[in-house]
Design a protein around this ligand. Sequence first.
Ligand SMILES: CC(C)(COP(=O)(O)OP(=O)(O)OC[C@H]1O[C@@H](n2cnc3c(N)ncnc32)[C@H](O)[C@@H]1OP(=O)(O)O)[C@@H](O)C(=O)NCCC(=O)NCCS
Length: 329
Amino acid sequence: MTAATISVNTSSAGRMRPLNLLRDLPAVADLIEICFSSTLDPEGRSYIDQMRRSGYDSSFLNWAPRVIETVSLPLTGFVWESRGRVVGNVSLIPFNSGKKKIFLVANVATHPDYRRQGIAGHLTETAIRRAQERHATSVWLHVRDDNPGAIQLYQNLGFVERARRTSWQVQSGIKPNTSLPSGLQIIPPSPRDWVIHSAWFARAYPPELDWYRPQTWNIFQPGILKFLYRLMTDTSISQWSAQQDGTLMGMIGFQHAAYQPGQLWAALPVMPDARAVTAMLLHARSRLLYPHNLMFEYPCGPLDDAIRAAGFSPARTLVWMENATPATL
Ligand SMILES: CC(C)(COP(=O)(O)OP(=O)(O)OC[C@H]1O[C@@H](n2cnc3c(N)ncnc32)[C@H](O)[C@@H]1OP(=O)(O)O)[C@@H](O)C(=O)NCCC(=O)NCCS
């Protein structure tokens, strides 16, 4: 590869080796727990518990090595070992999207006692090279925007920012106010407005990240085919569109599939009206049965205040980065 090559400080005792699924999972779970303790949410904790349990589950350990290339799980990667102890980790997770083979670099972690010695850089660089050997179409990762050290690390290795998304959660204790600004109407969207709504959705949720999510905003497309698809996948939807004196101001869609939290999607024009956005979100909240178990992602930026005004608070902002280093293999 042609990006800056990270050298490991010779004072750091240890060596890098591929993850050994049969042996390393509990130690990697412990390391991730130490390194991410300040940002772990319940989902993160259950991920770590699952990883630890899998490390002791013999049926999983028999099955997992055979599906490494086909399932999107952190089953391959590299660890840094020092005096028999795992002190660094990187996971490499494959995603198949049409003809594209995309790899996600994840769980990059170095034990606090071993930092700034080049370990994470070396592990990540090796993971990129391994993805390229496996004919990756591209290599991605995501990192919290409040982690400038890690962002610097990834930039050093040739990653560039492609998107920045905030995940919002509903604040408890706020009663939605459903009175509308004058002239604003919230109504079911007309199927003939789908061309406009889909263009607005595509701007907020560009297809280059579709490989990561099982479903996209296409779920709201009118027509019999999507209707049948929703029926077969046990997915329900609700949609609200805002109009000001007959002009379309945007659309909010709610999607719910069995055993998953509900998800909100926003289709908004290039210059959205903040009052209309707040009103639509408040309206959606007031119509939902379980508004507190809700996921809502939107590109972070000028609409943050309008979203906050509807009683949402930011859970985290993720920077999505793609490795722009040309493969030389
Ligand atoms: C981020 C993390 C993985 C870095 O591990 P590391 O082994 O110390 O990183 P490296 O020594 O390979 O750093 C290589 C370069 O990245 C940048 N970098 C790494 N950590 C940095 C920090 N805390 N502040 C500023 N720059 C940093 C520097 O440019 C560094 O080069 P330098 O030391 O010559 O200045 C480690 O701090 C960690 O485990 N943090 C908690 C978990 C985490 O945030 N993981 C990333 C999730 S996306």
